[in-house]
Design a protein around this ligand. Structure first.
Ligand code: FAD
Length: 404
């Protein structure tokens, strides 16, 4: 097995690193980190993102026809990896909803949404979860009733991250009122500025005290979104009516896999090791403790496994396959590694590492404590680890569906 990148891929990485060196000052990085924790784009961030876009790196794997570079998923991985490592920046095209439109959309939808997504004039939030169903999405109640050439939407979504900054929502609804479970669901691409849509903030555990910007999963806010007789054209339907389950599964899988998830693990481990090497309150005795050394080495090895799992999924996709259970396995391993590593540093550094931002005795503005909080939420969002395990058992190992 050869894990080496091609000469062309190495060249791409070198040119991104040169760009980062030239343009990402500490001031811009700080500004971007504020953006990352849900402030919306500032003019400084927008200018930098515009430069990245002009170089073709915002949608490196998307087809040329819609403004992408058609360079494949490994190239996208390299772009994601370099920008995330340098500034926690989600550049490359994953997590935007656009891959789902490319996979299931009509030509008109691709023309309408993909170039706008590249320019960041169109930003999607994801409207799956509802108050009574998150894991069990087949229980969706938000409904869209077809009347002539329109759907009329009524219902509620919850945990809709970034709804306050989004132009559109990728909305899963029940279009067949008689249907049960997975049948009769559809996905609509709905503008957020329509009459009848209300967005209400739902503050997360990282909001007060506010997690320092270098925290992983520092998002201070998610949302509730209400739909009250919202009318959209039938052209908003993504894929076939009633086929929303398949459309959404494919979209979610495409968004699940990318450099970011593994880098979150690796960078958190690096922070831990760096702190153990030079942190003021870390004693020589602790640095030399074989239990501490064994633990950080073990965590680092796990982080490399996260990277290999990501590369495997991307390689399957690059070769036209569907990483149905491989993406789920990755979604179990990386978040649980995050919990193990944030717990380990908390145990190694002792009680002060559990103090949150704002406490005068907190270590590094409480980042280790906030990382610990963030790690737990990552085991739930985007599909909980328990359910991902079930996917691996069924789709990967061929086990029968579990009887209720
Ligand atoms: C910070 C954050 C951001 C989010 N952003 C979004 C977003 O932008 N858009 C969106 O649509 N959703 C979003 N979510 C929602 C997320 O996808 C759901 O929280 C997740 O799917 C779990 O659903 P739930 O919260 O209803 O928990 P539940 O479904 O009630 O699950 C609770 C627990 O029970 C377990 N469980 C449930 N069913 C089974 C089963 N069959 N077998 C074994 N165990 C089971 C789960 O694994 C979990 O541990 C976000 C969540 C968080 C925390």
């Amino acid at each position: 097995m050869d894990f080496a990148f091609s000469a062309e891929e190495d060249e791409l990485r070198t040119s991104i690193q040169a760009f980062i060196k030239e343009h990402l000052s500490e001031e811009i990085k700080r500004d971007l980190q504020e953006t990352v924790v849900g402030q919306g784009y500032t003019p400084v961030s927008l200018k930098l993102l515009g430069m990245i876009r002009d170089r073709g790196w915002s949608a490196v794997s998307w087809p040329k026809k819609y403004g992408g570079q058609a360079r494949g998923r490994i190239a996208q991985f390299i772009v994601e990896e370099e920008f995330h490592r340098a500034a926690g920046l989600g550049v490359g095209g994953g997590g935007t909803g656009a891959p789902a439109i490319l996979a299931s959309g009509s030509e008109a939808q691709k023309d309408a949404f993909i170039p706008g997504s590249i320019k960041m004039e169109i930003v999607f939030c994801q409207g799956y979860s509802e108050p009574h169903c998150g894991t069990d999405l087949a229980g969706i109640r938000c409904r869209a009733t077809r009347t002539g050439d329109k759907y009329v939407i009524n219902g509620q979504k919850i945990y809709t991250t970034n709804a306050q900054n989004s132009t559109h929502i990728f909305l899963m609804v029940r279009t067949d009122p008689q249907s049960r479970r997975h049948a009769g669901l559809s996905v609509l691409l709905v503008p957020m500025n329509l009459p009848g849509i209300t967005v209400r903030p739902l503050w997360t555990i990282q909001h007060d005290p506010r997690a320092p910007s270098v925290t992983t999963y520092a998002e201070p806010r998610t949302n509730e979104v209400f739909f009250d007789n919202v009318e959209v054209s039938v052209d908003s339907l993504l894929g076939e009516e009633g086929d929303g389950w398949r459309v959404a599964q494919r979209g979610l899988n495409l968004d699940r896999v990318g450099a970011r998830r593994y880098l979150i693990s690796v960078m958190r481990d690096e922070d831990i090791v760096n702190h153990l090497k030079s942190g003021d309150e870390v004693t020589e005795e602790k640095r030399n403790d074989p239990r501490v050394r064994d633990k950080v080495a073990e965590l680092w090895i796990e982080a490399q496994v996260c990277r290999l799992m990501t590369m495997r999924s991307l390689s399957i996709e690059e070769n036209g396959g569907n990483f149905a259970y491989e993406g789920s396995a990755e979604k179990v391993f990386a978040p649980e590694h995050g919990v193990r590593s944030t717990e380990a540093i908390s145990q190694i550094l002792g009680p002060y590492a559990q103090l949150l931002n704002g406490s005068p005795l907190a270590i590094n503005e409480g980042v280790f404590a906030h990382n610990l909080l963030g790690a737990f939420q990552s085991t739930v969002n985007h599909g909980s680890v328990q359910v991902m395990r079930d996917q691996v058992a069924r789709k990967g190992l061929g086990m029968p569906r579990q009887k209720a």
